[in-house]
Design a protein around this ligand. Structure first.
Ligand code: KIV
Ligand code: ZN
Length: 522
């Protein structure tokens, strides 16, 4: 049987890390990723040692199907999983998508709580029971690695839950995932639920139990760890805790909690934690979702010591105020990197150190932008280079590009902007005014690329300190095709704003080209 229960020579129990950034994470409004970005994320997850990658929901759209299939084809070590509802079309599509994988899994689910049965499915207990069994059996025709989830398990009647879990295992499910779909449970309750299932379901020893906790009450990581203490041996999680609404349990937090608190959590994972910061930055870049400064493990301030007493303590012995080293999560200490005399070779090495692996064209473009930046900015830091690379990754497939921008701003309005864009290989220019320079820039772009989207968010932050710092701008647009976020970086805030707006428009266009079956979203 091909399952993700990796062998280990250690005395500690292995916890299967099931990453669902590309599925549950991508469901987060505004966090959609392109095909190429998904491949990049999957490749990094595989390299860092994640056991299972939930690559997408193949029935949702042709784009989702293609990306799951390509990830299945290219991933080397991890199990590649596709999600399916409890119906034949979903399962067959997921089975088809994971077919090229060396190790493929189908994850099928159905709502089991009274609310889900009555209002969402309009099915009674027995009908849900039959569908669950039939879906697991059908999935087993494609792979012997089948995961089954009773959606909204934490609000499902216990007797019924035990009965349906037993039937799913009998039908061939090898992993039983217990979702706290709405993030309602507390750690004690979640612990009790996993314990109850393992003790009461007669064939519980034939499957691995798994946690899937949402963060609506900020308890996702605590609940996941409680589930593990109760006997679960798989945690479903996402990088940066991305996911529906308030998100899922953050992968970096569960992995570092297990690693740091081995004294009371005697488990191990196969994740190489030195990749965590890089993974966080990649996800933040491709989704354009900033990581909050005080985010555990990967936030900019996670290892910053501000107060004098703390700094004094850390200098004498880092352990006085640090429970993990920055290096253990991939934070490099030599932040000051290069200047205008640095050459191509040093730049390539720096990118390697930062964990980026760009193709020749992307490398050349980023190098040119680095030289340009180094001419304008005295010190170029790691963060500056990461912002440039982020821009390059985000815009690699763009069909609308900024050629030039000039703005007249100041106290004597009106503020005006003149812009030239390259749209599908042809240059177009226009000028116009607005209520302030950013408004002028956005108005002119809208005149050149008409659209119905509304601006949901405009946010600027400085990549580093200093008045010559690069500005990093995020722009979120909402249209009938959903929400997208774009990001742009430049020492000139208005150029960064134009780039971010164009990046969002490019994403919106790419999204419109995909046939997105909204009804299929779990
Ligand atoms: O939260 C949830 O219940 C899910 C299921 C599809 C497992 O994401
Ligand atoms: Zn979920």
């Amino acid at each position: 049987m091909t399952t993700a229960s990796t062998n280990t020579t250690s005395h500690k129990d292995h916890i299967v890390i099931f990453d669902t950034t590309l599925r549950d994470g991508e469901q987060c409004p505004g966090a959609s990723m392109t095909f190429e970005e998904k491949l990049q994320v999957a490749s990094l997850l595989d390299e860092m040692g994640v056991d299972v990658i939930e690559a997408g929901f193949p029935i949702a759209s042709d784009g989702d199907f293609e990306s799951v299939r390509e990830i299945a084809r290219t991933v080397k070590s991890a199990v590649v999983c596709g999600l399916a509802r409890a119906n034949p079309n979903d399962i067959d599509r997921a089975g088809e998508a994971i077919r090229p994988a060396a190790r493929g899994r189908i994850h099928t689910f159905i709502g089991t709580s009274p609310l889900h049965r009555q209002f969402q499915l309009q099915l009674d207990q027995e009908q849900v029971f039959e569908r669950a069994v039939a879906s697991v059996k059908r999935a087993r025709n494609f792979t012997d690695d089948v995961e089954w989830s009773p959606m909204d398990a934490t609000r499902t009647e216990h007797d019924y839950l035990c009965r349906i879990v037993e039937a799913a295992i009998d039908a061939g499910a090898t992993t039983i995932n217990i979702p706290d779909t709405v993030g309602y449970a507390t750690p004690e309750e979640y612990y009790e639920l996993i314990r109850l299932l393992i003790e009461r379901v007669p064939n519980a020893d034939k499957a691995i139990f798994s946690t899937h906790c949402h963060d609506d009450l900020g308890l996702a990581v605590a609940n996941s760890l409680a589930g593990v203490r109760a006997g679960a041996r798989q945690i479903e999680c996402t990088i940066n805790g991305l996911g529906e609404r308030a998100g899922n349990a953050a992968l970096e937090e569960v992995v570092m909690a297990i690693r740091t608190r081995g004294d009371i959590l005697p488990y191990e994972t196969s994740v190489d934690t030195t990749h965590l910061m890089r993974a966080s930055k990649l996800i933040s870049t491709v989704t354009s979702f900033p990581v909050q400064y005080n985010k555990a493990i990967v936030g900019r301030n996670a290892f910053a010591h501000e107060s004098g007493i703390h700094q004094d303590g850390v200098l004498k012995n880092a352990q006085t105020y640090e429970i993990m080293t920055p290096e253990s999560v991939g934070v490099s200490k030599n932040a000051l990197v290069m200047g205008k005399h640095s050459g191509r070779h040093a730049f390539r090495e720096k990118l390697k150190d930062l964990g980026f692996n760009l193709g020749e064209n992307a490398l050349e473009d980023t190098f040119k932008r680095f030289k340009d930046l180094a001419d304008r900015k005295k010190d170029v830091y790691d963060e500056d280079i990461e912002a440039l690379v982020g821009d390059e990754i985000l815009t690699a497939q763009d069909r609308i590009r900024l050629v030039s921008l000039s703005v007249v701003a100041g106290t004597s309005g009106p503020q005006t902007a003149a812009i030239t864009l390259d749209i599908d290989g042809a240059e177009h220019e226009a000028e116009g005014e607005g209520n302030g320079p950013v408004d002028a820039v956005f108005n002119v772009i809208k005149a050149l690329v008409p659209h119905d989207a509304t601006l949901e968010l405009y946010q600027v932050h400085a990549v580093t300190g200093g008045t010559d710092a690069q500005a990093e701008v995020s722009v979120r647009l909402k249209s009938d095709n959903g929400e997208v976020t774009g990001r742009g970086a430049d020492p000139d805030t208005l150029v960064a704003s134009a780039r971010a707006y164009l990046s969002a428009l490019n994403r919106l266009r790419a999204r419109g080209a995909r046939t997105h079956a909204h009804a299929a979203t779990p």
